[in-house]
Design a protein around this ligand. Sequence first.
Ligand SMILES: Cc1cc2nc3c(=O)[nH]c(=O)nc-3n(C[C@H](O)[C@H](O)[C@H](O)COP(=O)(O)O)c2cc1C
Length: 213
Amino acid sequence: MSKKTFLPIVLFGLGAAASFGQDATIKLPPPQKTGGMPLMEALNARKSTRKFIKNRPVSDQVLSDLLWATWGFNREDKRTAPTAVNAQELDVYVLRDDGVWLYDARLNSLLRVYHEDVRAATVIDAVPQPFAADAPITLVYVSDTTKLPPKIGRPEWSLMNTGFLAQNAYLYCASVGLGTVVRGSFPPADLAKAMHLKETQTITLCQCIGWPE
Ligand SMILES: Cc1cc2nc3c(=O)[nH]c(=O)nc-3n(C[C@H](O)[C@H](O)[C@H](O)COP(=O)(O)O)c2cc1C
């Protein structure tokens, strides 16, 4: 290959890598950890919502606050939700119209793991819930059971642990007027495939979130 042909190919490759790198990570604004609705009022407002304004996005600030409330670090190595033996085997994925994103709580960032909108893949025929494909955000709670301690760790711990995260998200949503509903009626294998998860990863719950109609 001549130098003349080689140089444009290299430059194109670098450009493509740079632009992929740019939109493959979103650095979220720092979460606001003070103020907000008093806890007793948030508990009083907590409820499930199944009607969302399709085209009203959730801002990066609100998303940052939501994700921190759900599963952020509130101490050096511990989080807003407890896990059995502090295994922290759960990951929170964010499904949006621009793809599948993994919440990195340490970096306070979203890392894109797949570029397609897979929200519709959370719905099963037996429980038709079309709002799930329209809600601006679906959180997907995913357990990596290889992170549970061998001998004593039980997979059902991940279901229990998920409940704490989901309730954190419920209460945050109640506190800012976001609508949300958890959904256990999703197709585990098909959704895992659509999200390009690894074999060691198991989806425990989905949670639709958006501004209520
Ligand atoms: C584990 C679990 C799974 C659920 N799955 C679904 C679901 O697939 N679809 C749905 O619309 N609501 C689902 N819900 C929400 C419940 O229907 C809802 O919490 C219940 O009706 C009480 O309403 P509230 O949350 O407004 O108090 C689920 C709730 C839990 C705790």
